[in-house]
Design a protein around this ligand. Structure first.
Ligand code: 0PR
Length: 352
């Protein structure tokens, strides 16, 4: 069968994935037939996984991180809530999540049998008063978002850490930096382990990290937190497993090492600066055209260009998605260059 050709990234404006770094692509191909889920057999890739975790710790401000390479942000978020639930001693656990939280938290609550308490926003970030009101003795985790999916906004993580520390049920603080984790180190935001009493954190090499899919990351401040996830694996050489999936992609792991090797920190910093400049440039261009734009505090622009315009540019081949409120959402991934944006604006001006 003719497989066809995968999409080109030249008109993809709303994806959080991107063209992998060439070294990441090469590493993925080399390790395609490995399984870090069985470290007794696939020891080279298992060692590489420890390297990824150490490197992600550097990115997120943690000296001796525990963690693993997950299939993506969804698995990392599910696992963070799972370990919080397992650690707590309540038959009726709940988790407080900002309304801006990714829908993976809804899946997590569903599979884990945990009540999801959605805290409304104050503008684009979570209302601290609302979080405080929702906390009770059965709260096992509080979630903060560092780079929200729709608007790229960062919750006040240190203030959430204070609320978490004072909460009656001794909950954990989980930060979702699945997308933001590779740009936030170059900003003034307080978001990571070095900035606040964060217990667990999601950071995905396969988003801004320029690794191949699947490469997500779950980090924990203490190894003992991950131990909450361990199940016995009687017939493997290793005796227990903390991951959610069994057989896993060594390609993702190897590609993450290669991408981090090539890009941390200077390459990622340069990419952040380029992406942020492009976000601000696009925001200014759209404002000149009279469109309402949500100021891009990270490299993600949401703009109300009108439903008809979105449909028209989509018909012209642009892959553009919208926020729940209907704004066009431009994610400044590495493949979204100034030339891409100029070509987009030319089409937009022609079509509306
Ligand atoms: N946390 C945040 C903050 C996210 O933005 C996402 C995904 C996740 C967790 C879940 O990560 P995984 O998708 O790796 O499990 N955000 C994007 C979204 O839902 C994912 C995406 C990626 C969508 C590429 C489209 C696309 O082309 O919008």
């Amino acid at each position: 069968m003719e497989l066809g050709i995968p999409q080109s990234f030249s008109r993809v404006l709303s994806s959080m994935c991107t063209e992998p770094h060439p070294a990441a692509r090469e590493a993925a191909e080399r390790f395609i037939a490995t399984n870090p889920g069985d470290p007794g057999t696939y020891d080279t890739v298992a060692d590489l996984e420890s390297t990824v975790v150490d490197r992600l710790g550097e990115v997120a401000g943690l000296d001796e991180p525990a963690g693993y390479v997950a299939s993506g942000g969804t698995e990392a978020n599910v696992q963070a809530l799972r370990l919080a639930r397992n650690r707590a001693d309540t038959p009726d656990p709940n988790v407080v999540v900002p309304a801006s939280g990714h829908f993976s938290f809804t899946k997590a609550a569903n599979v884990l049998g945990v009540e999801l308490r959605v805290a409304p926003l104050d503008g684009y970030t979570v209302s601290l008063e609302a979080v405080e009101e929702l906390l009770d003795a059965d709260t096992v985790a509080v979630v903060g978002v560092a780079g929200s999916t729709e608007y790229g906004r960062v919750d006040p993580i240190p203030a959430l850490a204070d609320l978490t520390a004072d909460a009656p049920g001794d909950p954990l603080l989980h930060v979702d930096a699945a997308w933001g984790g590779f740009v936030l180190p170059f900003t003034d935001y307080a978001w990571g382990f070095a900035d606040a009493a964060v217990d667990t954190l999601t950071i995905d090499p396969h988003k801004m990290g320029q690794a191949v899919v699947p490469a997500g990351g779950l980090l924990a401040r203490e190894e003992s937190l991950l131990a909450e996830l361990a199940v016995d694996t009687p017939y493997l050489e290793s005796t227990s497993q903390i991951t959610l999936t069994g057989t896993r992609s060594g390609a993702g792991v190897a590609s993450a090492v290669a991408a981090l090797d090539a890009l941390w920190p200077d390459g990622y910093r340069e990419q952040y600066e380029t992406s942020q400049a492009n976000a601000e440039w696009l925001a200014a261009e759209l404002r000149l055209r009279g469109d309402e734009v949500v100021s891009p505090t990270l490299p993600l622009v949401a703009a109300d260009i009108g439903t008809e315009a979105i449909d028209a540019v989509r018909d012209a081949g642009w892959r553009l998605s919208r926020t729940e409120r209907g704004e066009a959402r431009f994610v400044m991934q590495p493949h979204v260059t100034r030339e891409t944006l100029c070509a987009f604006l030319t089409d937009l001006d022609r079509l509306r």
